[in-house]
Design a protein around this ligand. Sequence first.
Ligand code: SF4
Length: 149
Amino acid sequence: MAKIGILGCEAVNTEMNCVMIGCFGNLRGREGKFKDYPAEEPLDLVGIIHCGGCPTAVGTGRIWQKVQALVDYGIDALHLTSCLVQLCPFKDQFIATIREEYPDLKVVEGTHFFNNEEEFKTGVKELLSQRAVTPQRMNDLVFKRIKFT
Ligand code: SF4
């Protein structure tokens, strides 16, 4: 049995309400980045943790703590989510730290494939900036410009 842990992007999880449907679906179906495991080997998702969030520019080293929380449960492999792989500017530093701290741990870049990586990035950019559909905030209430359904 392969004991698997997943490391995800905090921003995608908290800002964009990602429920990791692609990650789990591909794991269940042994597709995407999970298709290279031997067919006879059951896959056991031990747990999921997220990076801790930006700002990270001064502190990629902390990733070892996050991964340790999964290593404590004896994971054989750590998959970085495909979102993290595509979007995180610190991905390579994360991987270098993880490989140094846990040399026996198999590190896999990704969980699933994207139909169109550029479309995905453009969509995430809009989700983060929210320019097309402006969200309402407390100031809208304070300045009495709030709209009601
Ligand atoms: S450090 Fe990378 S993975 Fe973590 S929140 Fe920032 S962009 Fe996402």
